[in-house]
Design a protein around this ligand. Structure first.
Ligand code: GLV
Ligand code: MN
Ligand code: MN
Ligand code: MN
Length: 415
């Protein structure tokens, strides 16, 4: 008698264990939390982890011309454009462990679950790790998805530089990618039927509802402006108050106006504005600065609300600049129009999950970029304190697993 071999179930990926593994990569001891920026050492390790882990699950792994990574599950019988899912593995400076990695890890875990249970998908599932989602290295968020979608000028992108002066073109080339090949990728876009991104919740809407997973309605319009204030560098002790041209006073006005103008806007516009990054030149404690660069992040319900908010903030700053004899120059680094996720896809996901809360978000996502090109939806995993872009960002192990269950349910229903 020939012994019957027990079928070997493929190992499933445990999302909590995988996130613990990733938590060892890119720790930022100086800032706290994690710093992983496009194609730096930590991002390289994250990308290597993605390729290794996806390959171990039997997925076909590739990097596209725009530095996005993809892992495809296309067993026999899976035909036509793929169901896309995933997120990003880069971070803000000193960010949390979940913004990005949760969606990538959950996608790998959900696909491994579907494989193990013998699900036969009718179409492929393709998992993305989008490049430079946070824009922390080159200033433009969702760079990989914007390039893929053809939403951004490639000449401009190649010339963007990081804090050390290295350009996107140089960084891509040193990673073995062809900087001339970046840009709209119609074939890859056409090979995606839809995109469903799972993300840690940013803000605190699910906790009071007592539910671990929700779906997104839409994304606030948002953008980033670089404000350069030029004054005159001088001695902190020897310069009379009346003869100073101190750009720090103008920077302070921008920061104060960001709060005051957002607080004073019509509450229905959900306006918010933030200065989270500032560079002072030359940066001596006993010197009046010659120049201050600051980055204004502004968000609100509709595009026009954001433009109105920014105009008000800048006009407050201009008034102080005139008094102080300083010049203000403003450059828009990025703008993302308001996004509504696809209603049909969102309903499908919602019903696969048995009916969950629907919540808006003030955070930008690659799903928001793709929403202009294909049916797109998002799922959020409860964040008990709502904190994100901070080392304090968290979700419970049980909720992380509930997110994987939910994503597996959605992918099962969609394939
Ligand atoms: C990215 O996460 C953003 O919303 O700024
Ligand atoms: Mn983020
Ligand atoms: Mn994110
Ligand atoms: Mn984001």
């Amino acid at each position: 008698m020939t012994p019957v071999e027990a079928p070997v179930a493929p190992a499933t990926l445990d999302a909590v264990a995988a996130l613990a593994e990733l938590a060892c990569i890119g720790r930022d001891d100086a800032r706290g939390g994690w710093s992983r920026h496009l194609l730096d050492e930590a991002d390289g390790e994250m990308r290597a982890w993605f390729a290794r882990t996806a390959a171990a699950l039997g997925l076909a792994v590739e990097t596209d011309a725009n530095a996005n990574q993809w892992a495809t599950w296309a067993p026999d019988g899976a035909t036509g454009p793929a169901v896309g899912t995933g997120s990003h593995l880069d971070s803000v400076p000193g960010g949390g462990p979940l913004d990005g990695p949760l969606g990538v890890v959950s996608a790998l875990a959900a696909v491994s679950r579907l494989m193990a249970e013998g699900h036969a998908p009718s179409r492929p599932v393709r998992i993305a790790n989008f490049a430079e989602e946070e824009g922390a290295r080159f200033g433009v968020p969702c760079l990989g998805s914007q390039l893929l979608a053809g939403d951004i000028d490639t000449h401009r992108v190649r010339a963007l530089t990081d804090g050390s002066g290295a350009s996107v073109a140089e960084v891509l080339a040193s990673a073995g990618l062809d900087p001339e090949a970046i840009g709209r990728d119609d074939a890859r876009l056409a090979d995606l039927a839809l995109y469903l991104e799972l993300h840690v919740e940013q803000g605190r809407q699910l906790a009071p509802l007592g539910v671990p997973v929700g779906v997104a309605t839409g994304i606030l319009a948002h953008g980033r402006w670089r404000v350069t204030v030029t004054g005159r560098g001088d001695h902190a002790g020897a310069t009379e108050l009346g003869s100073r041209r101190d750009p720090m006073l103008v920077a302070a006005a921008v920061i104060r106006a960001a709060r005051n103008r957002a607080a004073g806007a019509n509450p229905a516009t959900r306006a918010r504005a933030t200065v989270g990054k500032l560079q002072v030149v030359p940066g001596g404690s006993n010197a009046i600065a010659s120049e201050v660069r600051l980055w204004l992040d502004a968000r609100a319900e509709h595009d026009a609300d954001v433009h109105d908010l920014v105009a008000r903030i800048l006009s407050d700053a201009e008034a102080v600049a005139r008094e102080e004899g300083c010049e203000v120059a403003v450059a828009e680094e990025s703008f993302s129009t308001r996004v509504e996720f696809d209603a049909t896809l969102t309903d499908l996901v919602d019903s696969a999950l048995g009916g969950v809360p629907r919540i808006p978000t003030g955070a930008g996502h690659d799903a928001g970029i793709l929403a202009a090109h294909l049916p797109t939806a998002m799922m959020f995993v409860r964040n008990p304190d709502g904190v994100s872009h901070s080392p304090l960002e968290c979700a419970s192990d049980a909720d992380i697993r509930a997110g994987v269950d939910a994503l597996a349910d959605a992918l099962r229903a969609l394939t």
